[in-house]
Design a protein around this ligand. Structure first.
Ligand code: PXP
Length: 249
């Protein structure tokens, strides 16, 4: 079964719009867990624009689902990860200006910087994941420096999915899915766990969920958006059901 990690950052985004106490991302995480989410993801950004340090501490104490701590490769975040000890540390590139994580980590170009960070996190007992584009060299570099998981960026697939129907769109989607599938195969052959995420929605998740060898999907914005209309439990349950149907086929 492909597992679902629910990213609850944007519950905190709504809270921070008024800098108040509601909605509480921890309560949202508990509801997502109740609906069957195997994991909960939060991204503690350098600028603390949504999730804050206290949220991470409360999440780690209160949820039973696997806590996936999304983080930039900085000494500040490494120290927090080693103190909190989440199930997994997911390393992502981060810049202050971006609306969301825009591209994969350039592991090839940052081997010497990332290698000791991966080692430190592993020594603290964490599973360490690299968020990367579906590029063979990035996968090889991730394996070389000791990552045990690669999360493949599905953002381009999601972008193309939003374009109006045309033959070009159909071909471009098939090409993206093939690239992600090949990346997944290479990740597995290198002995790492194959995860994927970014930009996935209730509407576009099925072809990605059906890729052989996929272990886990990380989905945030779409689940939180839909939860405004139907509640977090229902939104997560719907996503779980789409994933289950896709994997059963
Ligand atoms: N995976 C990673 C590494 C991410 O940075 C994000 C966004 O925080 C997600 C998955 C989830 O993306 P989305 O919110 O578009 O579902």
């Amino acid at each position: 079964m492909v597992e679902l990690g629910v990213n609850i950052d944007h519950v905190a985004t709504v809270r921070q719009a008024r800098k108040t106490v509601e909605p509480d991302p921890v309560e949202a995480a508990l509801e997502a867990q109740r609906a069957g989410a195997e994991g909960i993801t939060c991204h503690l950004r350098e600028d603390r624009r949504h999730i804050n340090d206290e949220d991470v501490r409360r999440l780690s104490k209160r949820i039973q689902a696997k806590l996936n701590f999304e983080m930039a490769a900085t000494s500040e975040m490494v120290a927090i990860a080693c103190e909190i000890r989440p199930h997994m540390a997911m390393l992502v590139p981060e810049s202050r200006q971006e609306l969301t994580t825009e591209g994969g980590l350039d592991v090839c170009a940052q081997r010497s910087k990332l290698s000791p960070i991966v080692q430190t996190l592993e020594n603290a007992g964490l599973i360490v994941s690299a968020f990367i584009d579906a590029v063979p060299d990035q996968i090889d570099a991730a394996a070389e420096i000791g990552f045990s998981v690669c999360e493949v960026h599905t953002g381009s697939y999601a972008e193309i999915f939003l374009s109006p129907p045309s033959t070009q769109r159909t071909e471009a989607l098939a090409q993206e899915i093939a690239l992600i599938q090949q990346a997944g195969k290479r990740i597995k052959e290198s002995g790492m766990r194959f995860n994927a995420g970014h930009g996935l929605t209730h509407a576009n998740v099925a072809p990605i969920a059906a890729i052989p060898g996929l272990a886990e999907l990380h989905i945030g914005h779409s689940i939180v958006s839909r939860s405004l209309l139907v509640g977090m439990y229902e939104s997560v349950a719907e996503m779980k059901s789409k994933i289950e149907q896709a994997t059963a086929q």
